[in-house]
Design a protein. Structure first.
Length: 364
């Protein structure tokens, strides 16, 4: 949680309860981990990122920290791992998160990945990674629960787009292209100059987190992920994965592949999504289906998920605090992850970067 959100909740509760005590005198329980990706802010320095956390808020002195000690995700492992193997893997992940693996870590350090987790010595390493995560892809694409617990993670949108485009191209059948409608918000005091600068062509080319692409290409069978909350009672929330079953003009039909509503059919309409981004002096709106293709997803987007098979695709190193830790800690077993690392020259290697800002852990 960003520090200003933390303080905004405090101010709201004080106002509602008419009390000057923190959070109006109510006990508030927050769950989180500073070994996770910190609040995302635009063009930040290391200092900006650290100061954006709730630990930097004046309210932090009123918080009591309770620490959990058991990795419950690994305890649910379906593989026949021994207690010692589970503990060894859990300790290694924790050391990654603490910046205690590899060379001295003062924000960024090189670490060596164990051989058994790597894609190595292969004629086609990328295909081998895909085969690990999605075995017998075309034969199983419509099998129940096939996509449940499987994903390829990448550090950037570009790497994930490459994964999604490649796997989508393997699926037989006709693809359908959906183009968004973009415009400046009506409440903006737009001038003729603004209209010329922020033309539809300009707005079409904007890509950013939390906003679907202007051009969305789908096929029947493709897994997609919601990027907006639609119906929380049916678990149709930001981050929920679905599978496309039918493509209409204004609505796409999808199947819920997991959870208590598994097998249910849902209808996803186009929605008007508004982005307020400080890199633009105006707000604009995009009308598009609130989904992205999700054979692969960014490491940031995978945060909070539990997966059985993870392929970590690193054509370039991670670049923000604890991205590597988040990626490695999504799995339920050491045997559930394979990592493909490319050096700057494009060759396979076993060394990558780990970014940890240790000052975040102070006063916890």
């Amino acid at each position: 949680m960003h520090s200003y959100c933390f303080e905004a909740v405090d101010n709201t509760m004080r106002s509602i309860l008419q009390s000057d005590e923190p959070f109006g005198g109510k006990v508030v329980v927050l769950g989180g981990d500073f070994r996770q990706i910190l609040p995302v802010i635009l063009k930040p320095s290391r200092q900006d990122i650290v100061h954006s956390t709730i630990k930097s808020s004046p309210l932090w002195k009123n918080c009591k920290v309770l620490t959990l000690h058991k990795n419950m995700r690994l305890q649910s492992c379906a593989y026949s791992s021994t207690v010692e193997e589970i503990k060894e893997f859990a300790d290694w992940i924790l050391k990654i998160g603490n910046g205690e693996v590899g060379e001295e870590n003062d924000g960024e350090a090189s670490i060596e990945i164990p051989h058994d987790m790597l894609i190595r010595d292969s004629d086609d390493p990328f295909s081998e990674l895909l085969q690990f995560v999605y075995p017998d892809f075309l034969s199983n694409i419509f099998a129940p629960d096939y996509f449940q617990g499987r994903a390829i993670l990448g550090p950037t949108n570009e790497s994930v787009d490459f994964i999604n485009d490649y796997l989508s191209s393997l699926i037989p059948g006709e693809e359908k292209e959906y183009l968004s409608s973009n415009s400046i918000c009506k409440d903006e005091a737009t001038t003729k100059v603004n209209a010329e600068i922020y033309s539809a062509e300009f707005l079409n080319n904007i890509k950013c987190s939390g906003l679907p692409s202007h051009k969305l290409i789908l096929k029947v069978g493709v897994p997609v992920m919601l990027i907006r909350n639609i119906d929380q009672t049916r678990e149709l929330c930001n981050g929920t994965r679905l599978q496309v079953t039918q493509m209409g003009t204004h609505v796409i039909n999808c199947k819920i592949p997991s959870g208590k509503h598994v097998g249910d059919m849902v209808f996803i309409p186009r929605m008007t999504l508004i982005l307020s981004n400080c890199t633009l002096p105006i707000k604009f709106q995009r009308r598009q289906f609130p989904v992205i293709v999700s054979f692969g997803m960014t490491i940031n987007k995978s945060q909070g998920q539990t997966l059985s098979h993870v392929g970590l695709y690193l054509p370039r190193p991670v670049f923000s605090h604890e991205q590597l830790y988040v990626a490695l800690s999504r799995v339920k077993s050491r045997y559930g992850i394979k990592i493909l690392i490319n050096s700057e020259s494009g060759e396979l290697c076993n060394v990558t970067n780990n970014v940890v800002y240790k000052e975040v852990f102070q006063r916890i």
